[in-house]
Design a protein. Structure first.
Length: 71
C-alpha cells in the first residue's frame, strides 16, 4: 500500500508558530472554567497570599516598577 504524500488531505496543516484550532480549544476551555462555580471560587481565592510569600511578592513588585520606569 503506498504511503500518503505530505501534501495529501490527511496531513495536518502547518500553521507556523501558532495553531489556531488549538488556541481556540484552549480559549473555550479556559472560558468554561472561569465561568464555572469552581473557577469562580479559584478567582476569589487568587488574591490570598500566605505570609511567607509576602516578601517575595513585595520584591517582585518593586523590581517590576523599577523596570517599568526604565523603559
Amino acid at each position: 500500500m503506498p504511503k500518503p504524500s505530505p501534501d495529501s488531505q490527511d496531513a495536518p496543516e502547518n500553521h507556523g508558530e501558532g495553531n489556531p484550532e488549538a488556541a481556540d480549544r484552549f480559549n473555550t476551555a479556559e472560558q468554561g472554567f472561569v465561568n464555572s462555580a469552581r473557577g469562580k471560587q479559584k478567582i476569589q481565592k487568587g488574591p490570598e497570599v500566605r505570609p511567607e510569600e509576602e516578601g517575595d511578592l513585595t520584591e517582585a513588585e518593586k523590581l517590576g516598577r523599577e523596570r517599568a520606569r526604565g523603559q
